[in-house]
Ligand binder design. Sequence first.
Ligand SMILES: [Fe+2]
Ligand SMILES: [Fe+2]
Length: 267
Amino acid sequence: MHATYQAAADIDVITSTASIPGLGMVPINAFVLHGPQPVLVDTGAVIDRDEFMTALRSVIDPAALCWIWLSHTDFDHIGALHELLAVNTELRVITTFLSVGIMGLSDPLPMERVHLLNPGQVIKLGNRTLVALKPPVFDNAATMGFVDDTTGVLFSSDCFGALLSAVPESASEIPDDELRQGQVRWATIDSPWVHKVDEASFAKDLRAISDLEPTMILSSHLPAAPGDMTSRMLAALEATSTAEPFVGPDQAALEQMLAQMTSATPR
Ligand SMILES: [Fe+2]
Ligand SMILES: [Fe+2]
């Protein structure tokens, strides 16, 4: 089930919720930036791309889109990518060299429709200037987020995601403790390398986000977060390097879950 909501006057969120057994719920977000050159940030999950397209059409005609910002190539970000390129032949994809390479192993992107960018570089799209950046945590080496210089909104890709008990439309509705724990849990699962980082170097990356003073943080896996939440969301990330590492269910746990499901199934 997809839903849409407005995060700002010119930004729509297209969201679905994934339920992860035993861990909680996580939103899967894509974003439409309206304006003279509309941008779609990511394209939903592969498994429900038809529902994603329906939700997208409720906020913009796909033929009106000018750009897709592909933050990385994971299955929860590339769902409707090729369908959109097919229905809108003018649409171009802003992404990294590495994303293009990874897509080339399954469903290659047409190179003449790619605009390559690196973190630190800038692209001007109509009235918007997007400044590409590498978020402090990520699960795919190709990851690239950005700041919209015009509005100060940070698009952080998977960074700042959280496992939650419910998914509201604003992160400000999540109790502080739940958000912190959910963020720490997500980061230890999604970016397990965080336990190996040099803490001073990681703190520097977190400070760089703080220095941006984002007016809002839009994560692929968290409801829209107003800018006044930035410092506590960064504090949660800072806590991840020393948090308990995630260990997934093993075969014994799987068999237990399957047995529970079988006994709960009506005959
Ligand atoms: Fe990812
Ligand atoms: Fe993701």
